[in-house]
Write a new protein. Structure first.
Length: 218
């Protein structure tokens, strides 16, 4: 998925308190909801908070600005990327991590980039429908003309995950956690191949902290 073009609610803070008082320890309680509280949904501000910041860029990468959009522009961008109607979409955002090879004499030979994208929906069912469409669309592109997609093992703590590398070396990781679809997409030539499981976990961990009313950069 390409980079997206252009007050945490009190209920989220309450959800964090409920999580601390009991429930599971996998960080998904806020996304599951319970009898008294619906599953958390992310506002545009929360999408911005959850996306990896420049300060959180792993060694070897430089973070870029974060862009978030809502409304018709977000739906149009989501529809173009997933070939679905993106029903229930609230907002979407994205950012890029570029490889930092400034200290290498042969840095011009490498031009790798990892893009992070978040799609925030009104409900887990809305997210599930678009996640399914996204997986179908990306796998279809990766396997066109008889090409094979190589599975990539990801265990980042999401509820649903699909990941593979296409014949051209582009890696696509797609995850769903509650009402949120998250994408990590690596493309280009890297000095050292990124650890996509670590990058996916970075994104999921930031989503969990944001849903609990925490600042992931704190």
């Amino acid at each position: 998925m390409s980079k997206a073009a252009r007050g945490i609610a009190a209920g989220v803070v309450l959800m964090a308190v409920l999580t601390a008082c009991g429930g599971s320890d996998d960080g998904l309680d806020a996304f599951r909801g319970d009898g008294d509280n619906p599953p958390v949904t992310l506002t545009p501000d929360m999408v911005r908070t959850a996306l990896p910041s420049k300060a959180s860029a792993p060694k070897g990468f430089e973070g870029d600005d974060i862009e978030v959009e809502a409304g018709d522009e977000a739906v149009e961008a989501c529809t173009d990327s997933t070939e679905s109607n993106c029903g229930g979409l609230i907002s979407m955002g994205g950012t890029d991590f570029d490889t930092d090879d400034s200290g290498r004499s042969d840095s011009s030979d490498f031009d790798g980039e990892v893009a992070f994208g978040i799609l925030a929906f009104q409900s887990p069912d809305d997210a599930r429908a678009t996640y399914k469409a996204l997986v179908t669309e990306e796998r279809s592109k990766a396997e066109q003309d008889g090409k094979k997609a190589k599975p990539v093992e990801i265990d980042a703590g999401a509820e649903e995950t699909e990941a593979f590398e296409d014949a051209d070396g582009e890696t696509m990781v797609m995850m769903r956690i509650g009402s949120v679809v998250a994408v990590v997409n690596g493309d280009g030539t890297f000095v050292e191949k990124p650890n996509y499981n670590d990058l996916a976990k970075l994104q999921i961990d930031r989503l969990k902290k944001t849903a609990q009313g925490m600042n992931p950069d704190a």
